[in-house]
Design a protein around this ligand. Sequence first.
Ligand SMILES: *Cc1c(COP(=O)(O)O)cnc(C)c1O
Ligand SMILES: [Zn+2]
Length: 416
Amino acid sequence: MNLKCFECSKAYELDTIIYTCIDCGGLLEVVYEKGELLANAEKEEAWKGLPLSVWKYYPFLPIGKGSSRVTLNEGGTGLHITEKLSAFLGISRLYIKNEGENPTGSFKDRGMTITVTKARELGASTVICASTGNTSASLSAYGARGGLKRIVIIPTGKVAYGKLSQAMMCGANVIQVQGNFDNALEVVMELTGRHTDIYLVNSINPFRIEGQKTLGYEMVDQLGGVPDWVIIPVGNAGNISAVWKGLLEFREMGFIDRLPRMVGVQAEGSSPVVDAFESGGKRIENVKRPETVATAIRIGAPVSWKKAVRAMMDSGGTAMKVSDDEILEAQGSLARLEGLFVEPASASPIAALKKLIRNGTIARDERVVCVATGHGLKDPDIISRFYEKPIEVPAKIDAIEEILELKEKKTIVAAI
Ligand SMILES: *Cc1c(COP(=O)(O)O)cnc(C)c1O
Ligand SMILES: [Zn+2]
């Protein structure tokens, strides 16, 4: 097991503090020897009987057995079959993998438990990230749990309030920088280059991906097989790459014999990965001023775009952009029809699915998993911005009956 450059294949020791390749600047990946994972699976048979969680899959994670885990019980989120939403969309088997059920309310916890555990193994004193919100919420919680100092750099005024409150409450040093997420990440990269005891936990960190790949393992375990399609919102493009890595590993170990088609979804105002996919996937045109109501995927210069494009292409999948209106409509449908309140970015796969069914890409009888990446309470502003305030009346039964259009029912008392 070592770190390997995704571009030039240069290898590094697993425990080197390094985020990009020294030679070419490429992203690094944790790579296992051929047969290593299967050997681990056989040696550590106990994993099969453990309850669903990120750490269930410990034989396939790059953390030593003796390491003390920084955990809040992440993973093991519900895979919910939908009936009403499936019927509404005209498909028979749509499942929602509800990552909002994680400890801080998003899938980021899967990567963070591994990365913060690693940070302590490596002797870091501080963890840092640039964030559109959920990474900072997760970093702050796991940093606190692990007893590390935590620094969060966010773009001014662009982070949903639920997420910011989590970071502040968990004692992170929160700094707003003028500019967008991409500017924030740049400055964090520079800072961690200069101060090596500050450990960077953005998704450029290969250990984040190792934790997040368990999302791919879990959906297969829960479904008892492989879905036909997996649809995921794409921001920095780490998560779709991670799920794909997990699925590839399961196939290499012989746990599954085929793979799903992967669909990456972005918002119209912030769609560099979809555009790159559609123009052949060789190069990307970054978006200078990404704009969308789905703040978790408002990213113009996605670091893992190549991995994401490869996942979509190699799987025979596709990429799709959706408008903010379509996202908000999907968010409403999911909540009203299934009781699943997710944040806007997390509803984008439903919006994309609707279009993919309509244009014939996805057939009625195919099994689809949409990944709902984060909880709806993360972004309460959506309610005040797009929904009317509840009506107010005097506390009188007449007033309420009138609003509800309840006809007065006369109680008939039979006279004897
Ligand atoms: C981080 C995040 C995303 C985007 O994931 P990437 O790995 O950056 O592509 C999507 N939805 C939510 C809720 C997120 O927190
Ligand atoms: Zn390289």
